[in-house]
Design a protein around this ligand. Sequence first.
Ligand SMILES: Nc1ncnc2c1ncn2[C@@H]1O[C@H](COP(=O)(O)OP(=O)(O)OP(=O)(O)O)[C@@H](O)[C@H]1O
Length: 259
Amino acid sequence: MKLQEILRNIRKADQDYRMIQDGDRIAVGVSGGKDSMVLLAALHMYSKFQGKNFHVVGIHIKIGFPNMDFSEVEAFCERESIEFHSFDSMIYKILQRNLDKNGDLKCSLCSKFKKASVIEEAKKLNCNKIAFGHHSNDAVETLFMNMIHGGKIATFLPKMYMSRTDVMFIRPLIYCFEEDILNAQCNNEIPFVKSTCPNDGYTERQEMKDMLKELYEKYPMAKGNFVHMLSNEKQVDLWHKLQDDEEDPFEKMMKENDV
Ligand SMILES: Nc1ncnc2c1ncn2[C@@H]1O[C@H](COP(=O)(O)OP(=O)(O)OP(=O)(O)O)[C@@H](O)[C@H]1O
């Protein structure tokens, strides 16, 4: 398999955020989509050539959406000697019983159940880390969703420890753009399973994707700059409201200069 570009970006993310250590057992959350399938293949390859001694396991939680056939994914994992496990769940049934006011499935509820199930199964397989397939485009979309709907400048972290469950989440594809992942999937014929989730293509995230696509067409440099911005801590210039007991730096400067 030719995954050089993806592997280079995984190594950079690993170095910048110290994601992977000797002895790790990493569960890759596999939805069956292109991103998590490329992550599974690439992280497995990284474990062979990187010089660190860690193990990669693919974990798929079956949500219960109809007609999702994982036989090609299973055959691929067998061929590439990648450990892979699928687990049944009641998620779809629970979602159908808890529709939102428009009669649609609740994505937030699905996400919560999915995450909890991945953690539970990863722990049973003695994994200390869980890797998700989020990439650069996802990070910027999440940033914009948080700014627009949440009034905050925030996105998901490259690495996050959850003390309650004693598990570390890592996102090794944060430096990869979606089209590079698609190219890697296509060029290496990595199988994927198209999601039959009825909400697919009609989410807030999809709106953000479409908006950013238009923006990148007009300002191509924005794409790289947005990702660079996420770690450009020195250049964060935001408003600082003064606390009651805090001296006004402007007044202080006036006093010091006898103005
Ligand atoms: N059913 C699942 N079982 C295990 N892990 C999952 C499942 N669904 C999602 N994940 C993990 O959570 C990440 C984010 O989920 P999300 O639904 O946003 O991804 P996705 O759109 O399905 O994309 P992809 O699988 O292509 O990464 C995925 O990249 C994957 O690592």
